[in-house]
Design a protein around this ligand. Sequence first.
Ligand SMILES: C[S@@+](CC[C@H](N)C(=O)[O-])C[C@H]1O[C@@H](n2cnc3c(N)ncnc32)[C@H](O)[C@@H]1O
Ligand SMILES: [Zn+2]
Length: 251
Amino acid sequence: MTNGVTMLDDANTAEAVGPPLEREVMPRRAWRCLDLFCGAGGAGMGLHRAGFQVAGVDINPQPHYPFTFRQGDALDADLSGFDLVWASPPCQAYTEMQRMHKNSAAHKDLVAPMRAKLQAWGGLWIMENVAGSPLRESLMLCGSMFGLRIAKHRFFEASFELPMLMPPCDHRDLYDPWHGAGRTADKLREAQGTPWIPHQGGASRRRGITGDTFNAIPPAYSEFLGRHAIALLARHNVEVTCPQGREENHE
Ligand SMILES: C[S@@+](CC[C@H](N)C(=O)[O-])C[C@H]1O[C@@H](n2cnc3c(N)ncnc32)[C@H](O)[C@@H]1O
Ligand SMILES: [Zn+2]
């Protein structure tokens, strides 16, 4: 029953359909994501935009990481209490350039030990890396799929099924941060959507542009996958909470 004036029919009022929907389907607290190998927060920013409360871990100081930060080894991180763990191990062991210079062996392979840790933990996780890395059954994302002016192909393995129907790459008129004249840090930051990461400093510096900017994944990628993870978490939450919610409605 409604007492006040309403622009809706009774059948459409909050009273008629029960308590507000979010009381039944929304989590009681924010979803929490641990962002391992967080760098200056490219992935973290997208996860935040997807709706996660984000905390990051990196072995180097990361003064520009925009969320809660702990310095440390990702392989020692405590994963308990998190709804999603994101891991971006360094890609130097697998990149083309390193292979060409026969230097891959100088960099530790962190994908395998990280996967072992994530699997032992048993929650939802996503691991990201470059072409040539030992990720399994991976999804590839490209900036052009999100309307960004940068290719930056990254591959993703997860503990759950990832979306497979992605639009094809369209590499016409993209900004190439690796080749050609006129490249600047500003253009790279704009193309990939990481304006808070400064030009100078960072964990590793290459060609005058901070390594953190080069290392960052476009936040659009992690926002897209983070939303997918939240949809899964929310579905699971509905299954768990709905029966109880309905009982409460009858009281
Ligand atoms: C690919 S970059 C991460 C990029 C970041 N996810 C982003 O989107 O901005 C890899 C990061 O791993 C960090 N790193 C390397 N070894 C590590 C370890 N054992 N534990 C934690 N962080 C580590 C590096 O300092 C670097 O910032
Ligand atoms: Zn592409």
